[in-house]
Design a protein. Structure first.
Length: 189
């Protein structure tokens, strides 16, 4: 049976089970906009999922007046712009990928950049990332360079977590980085 023909859908459609009609507002409100509520909940289909809910019962767009439809579109645009600003720097890529030159599998996560693993519940993703970060930063894997005048250090940034310690801002520091054209989102192990 299609979900659109189910008794549950019929109750929502008629308003008998509609949170707007029954409670005056939906569950899991994150933000209230002009004519809508932005909602989310831990029971959402996937972590980070949100829904824009009109403040009155309406099933189809043609149930709205022209002014309501216009206001709905404005709220949708506001949410889309906010989400774009938040997520524009995020990129999807595999956790394990194959190095384009050596062919070896490498762990491609970074504690400061990798936010979560898609398809896993957030708590499990956080736990796994913590384990991977702890593993990859074990003392036996860490190299710390004590800089001296004239030193040159080269390393493959793709397979190496790297960071710098603070330095005296009055001292001259020259750093050159060479990056290749390579897209980790296209790499698979």
């Amino acid at each position: 049976m299609s979900k659109w023909n189910s008794p549950e859908w019929e109750a929502l459609y008629s308003g008998d089970a509609c949170p707007i009609c029954c409670e005056g507002r939906p569950l899991g409100i994150v933000a209230e906009l002009n004519v809508t509520y932005l909602t989310s909940s831990p029971e959402s289909p996937m972590w980070g999922y949100c829904c824009l809910v009109l403040k009155r019962h309406a099933v189809e767009l043609y149930d709205l007046s022209a002014d309501e439809a216009s206001a709905l579109m404005k709220d949708m645009r506001r949410v889309a712009e906010a989400l774009q600003a938040i997520t524009s720097h995020y990129r999807r890529h595999p956790v394990i990928l194959r190095h384009p030159d050596s062919g070896r599998e490498i762990l491609y996560v970074n504690p400061g950049i990798t936010k979560y693993i898609i398809g896993m519940p957030r708590d499990e993703s956080d736990d796994l990332l913590k384990q991977l970060h702890t593993h990859s930063t074990r003392p036996s894997y860490v190299y710390s360079h004590d800089w001296q005048l004239g030193d040159l250090v080269m390393f493959d940034t793709l397979g190496t977590l790297h960071r710098r310690e603070a330095w005296d801002p009055t001292e001259r520091r020259v750093m050159r980085q060479l990056s290749t054209l390579w897209d980790p989102s296209e790499a698979t192990a």
